[in-house]
Each structure stands twice: as C-alpha cells, then as structure tokens.
Design a protein around this ligand. Sequence first.
Ligand code: C2E
Ligand code: MG
Ligand code: MG
Length: 617
Amino acid sequence: MPHDDDTHQPLRYKIAFLNGIFMLGAVSGFALAVSRWAGAPLLAAIDLVFAAASLAMLLVLRRYPARVETMATIALALGFLIFAAVYVWVPGNPNRLTPFLLLSVAAFFLKGMRAGAWWLGAIVAAIVGSYYVQGPNALVSGLDLVTAVLYLAAMAGIFYCHESVEVDRQRRRREDELQRLAHYDALTGVPNRVMLADRMNQALARAKRDQGLLAVCYLDLDGFKPINDRHGHAVGDRVLVEVTRRIRDCVREDDTVARLGGDEFVVLLVGLRATEECVGSLQRMLESIRRPIAVDGHIVGLSASIGVALYPEDEEDADTLLRHADQAMYLAKLAGRNRFHLFDPASDRRARSHHQLLQEIRQGLAGGEFELYYQPKLDLATRRLAGAEALIRWNHPQRGLLLPGEFMRAVDSTELEIELGEWVIATAADQLQRWREAGFHLQVSINISAYHFQSSGFVPRLREQAMRYGPPAGERWLQIEVLETAALDDIAGISALIAACRELGIGFALDDFGSGYSSLTYLSQLDVDTLKIDQSFVRDMQTDKGDHAVVQGIIALARAFDMHCVAEGVENEAIHRALLQMGCETGQGNGIARPMPAAELAAWRAAPPAGNLDPPP
Ligand code: C2E
Ligand code: MG
Ligand code: MG
C-alpha cells in the first residue's frame, strides 16, 4: 500500500505550482472584476478581493518559500470556502462546479494521495450537502450532481493510479540504490566485501568446473596512512580512487578488483592456466602503483604489498583462501614491502599442526591425560629391584596411549616443556610418598630436559616438592636424568645445580651415554653419580665388536670416575649375563620388564617373572 509520505512532490514543484495558482487567481480575479464592473459591482468587488488575496499570497510565498506547506493548506482552505460560497450563492449555473475540479487537482498535487482523498471527500460532501440544503433548484438537474460526483471520483482514481506507479518507481529506485550501497564501495565504485564474497564463490565454482587456476590477491598499500595524515582525507580519498583505477587497468575484464575498506584491496585473477600468468599481472600492479600520483598539486608516492593464495594449489574455501592471502601479504610486508608473496600451503600446514599439537598437550595436561609409567631397574648380580625410571605417557582421548617420541619434540625448549617437567616431578614425588606409606621404598629416576633443568627457579621449585615429600635424611629418593647430548655448556652453573639437588637427596645421571661426545675433562668436572649406557650399544654388543668396546669403555670410565653404571636395553638373558660379566651393576630393559603403570609395579615386585628378580627380603 503506497504511503502518503512517498507521494510528496519535491518542494520546488509545489512552490512553482502554488505560484502559478496565485498568479492565475490574481489575473483572473482582476479580469473578471473588470468584465463585471458595470453589470454586477458587488460580484466585481468580490473578484477584486479574490485577486488581491491571491496577489498577497503570491508575495508571501515569494518571501517565505520554506512555508510552502502552510501556504498550500491556507490556499486550499480559502479556495474551498470561496468556491463553496459561490456554489451556494449562485445556484443554477453548471460552471460553478469547475473550480472544485481545480481545487481537487491542487489538493492531490500539494497534499499527496491520502490527504488529497480527504479533500476530495470534503468537496463532494459540500456539493451534495448544498444540493440538499438548497433543494431541487440548486442544480439544473440531479444529473448534473451525479455527473459532478462521478467526474471527481474518476479524478481520484486517476490520481491514485498515477501516484501508485510513481511510488513503485521511487521504491525501485531506492532499492537499486540500496543494492548499490550494499555491494559496491561508495568511494571507488568497485565491489565491496559483500560483493567480493559472491564473486569469489562464483570464481571458485568456475575454477573447479574448468579445472582452471584462481589467484586471490590481498593488496595493502604501503605508506598510505602518512599521506592521509599529511594531506588530509580528501587527498587520501582521491589517491585511493586513482590507485583503484590503476589496479583495474592491470587486470582483465573478467577479473575482480574489490576494496575491503581503508587501503586494502582484493584482486581475483580468474581463468589462469599457470602460476606464471598471475605473476605478470602482479608485477604490473606493483609497478603501476609505484608511479607517482598527482593530486591537488601534491605529488605522492606509494607502493603495495600483495599476498597471493592460489586455488587449487591451496585447496580451501573462499574464506580460508582470503585469510591465507592476508597472511602472505603480511609476510610480503615483513620482507620489505613493494613485493608480492605466494602463500605456501605445506609450510602453513606444518605450522598449524605443530600449533594444534601444543594446544592439545596443554589441554591434555589440564585434563589429567598424562600418566607416568615406571620401568624397573635391576641389580644385575642380585636380581633385586634397584629402582625405576619414570617415563611419561599420554592417554590421548582419540589416539590412545602415546609414547614420548610422539609429542615431546613438539614442546622442545618451550614453556610447556617446563610445565610438563614440573608435572613429572610432582607426580613422581606423590607416587613415591604413596609407596613409602605402603612400606615400599624405591629410588625413582625422572627425565628432565636441559632447557627445564637450566631454567630459572628450577631448584627452588624442586625444593618445594622435596619439602612436601619430606624424604628421610640421607635417602636418595630421586634421580634426575639429563641427556648426554643435551648442551650442558655452562659447566660451573650445572655443577652448582647438581650440588643443590644433592642437598635435597636428589642424584644426577647422564642419560643415553655414549651417543654424545663427552670429553674426559667434562666428565671429571661434573659431579654426576650415574652413567646410563645408551641402549643402541647394549642391544647389539654381542654381535657388534664396536658396540661391545663402547659398552666396555663406558663401564671402565664409570669405575674410574667412581660413578654408578646402568645399562639400558637389556632385552634378554644373554645381555643380562654379558653385562654382569663386564662389570655393569644395574640393568633396565624390556627383557626385565616393560614400563608399566604405577599400580602394576608393586604387584610386579611381589611376583616377578621367573628368573628376573629375587623375592623381596
Ligand atoms: P630414555 O630416558 O632413554 O628412556 C628409555 C626408553 O627406552 C623408554 O622409551 C623405554 O621404554 C625404552 N626402553 C626400555 N627398555 C628397552 C628395551 O629393552 N628395548 C627398547 N627398544 N627400548 C627400551 P620411552 O618411554 O618411549 O621414552 C623415550 C625417551 O623419551 C626417553 O628415553 C626419554 O629421553 C624421553 N622421556 C620419557 N619420559 C620423559 C619425561 O617425563 N620427560 C622428558 N623430558 N623426557 C622423557
Ligand atoms: Mg631416561
Ligand atoms: Mg636412555
């Protein structure tokens, strides 16, 4: 349903229309007065008053054009009163209906459809009313009355239709305008973000169908902000318009140039056959934007950084392609601007999965998904339990039980490695306490990374755990294993750390010994109590002479430095016996027992597989 507000004519048309009416009123009133002066002076006088009133209104309107609405209402009301008076006073003349016709046209034109209809209603009511007031003499016949009413009703219909059409046209024009505002950038006239999304989906669909290549280029101007700040926004806007024109000149008709806002653009290059094809366009864009721009007597210089994501090389949805192009643009900026950078899906996938894994580890730690397994260490001569090594496990909700090899590398030298290490210390201490309360005394070794070991606050935190656990004086409850290969370069610092640990009843072992290059000087300076022979030598020592020599050498070295020696990788009885013969005191390996949950260790100790372990005293 058309609304009254929709039908209002522009003010200047109304002013022109009223001007015309008043002028006509003045001239015709004066002319009538002159023509009737001799025969009917009273009527001529009325005509003169009418002419004078019209003239006065004309002058007022000229003086106050802004009051056109009020003037229109007054004119319509006055016209209505005057014509009604003439109609009543001069009966029998069919021409007296004519002014009403003019009045109704004016009402529709000036007041719009709804108010016009009310005016028309009032006029019809006045005519019909006066007919009844004056009786059958009022008109020449009742037919005249019917004709007049029908005529006016037809007029109303014509106006209604005309205005409906006009309203529709205006609505359509406004909708078009809204569409344009919603899909195109107001400043440069190129598609905006909304339209870009549309075009991207179309381009992706076409590239999929034609097995073509699509390049999504994210373009950000370098040094645009200073231009805005120095020369003002008006100049900045004109620069953007010029840059847009230049970009469009560098691409083909089918390609899309869109502005996302500010100095950010996206260019879609479609229908490419090879990556090199887009390189040409990119280079042209960079060169074109580099050319000085003259605006309002200023010469400004700019460049652009462009990030490019290619479909199908980077097989992602539109949003992700755009995000990848944005990331690549950022790298282009970092690399020194005025260049383009192609997004590399492989390196992104690596970075993303690494990031995801860290995130999962963090959540797993908070969610209690980690667990310490314990692998027994055996006194090779007496076959008694000599201790256990705590080994971290991850009960992953989807992937099942994970070994450290599957996740520890990810946390290498990160804060998270320290968090995990602290969790290992606290968990091992808790477990030891529980075992001690159950009358089960055992030394546990834990693996600590060099990064964690050398991190600030390591000893104070360890001291806290030791106080909580409260080991009996002199008890060697815990041992820290650090890889021999770990870069322990600050010998003095490490020695101080080892000494501090020793005060807390905590020993120190060099793990996987033999795989690194420890010199004798290094060994003599570090107050280490245990060397753990790397399992790779132990496993093959019976078949490989070199490995045998290494194992033999490490055992001799430990004895020379008065250190304890533990062999890893005791996979069978033969290795067990050989090690014993070579003088190695302690062994650990799958041949003795695989790492197991804490609860199983006590049971294992009580009933070890035959031959492995003597029953506890
Ligand atoms: P590692 O400290 O040398 O621990 C011994 C590894 O050898 C363990 O693997 C153990 O299950 C395995 N192993 C024991 N006996 C045998 C055997 O007879 N044959 C063979 N083939 N393997 C045997 P796991 O538990 O997978 O741990 C691997 C490495 O991960 C550990 O080597 C240690 O360096 C690291 N790691 C384990 N737990 C932690 C931890 O809590 N913190 C840190 N920072 N590293 C840890
Ligand atoms: Mg170890
Ligand atoms: Mg080891």
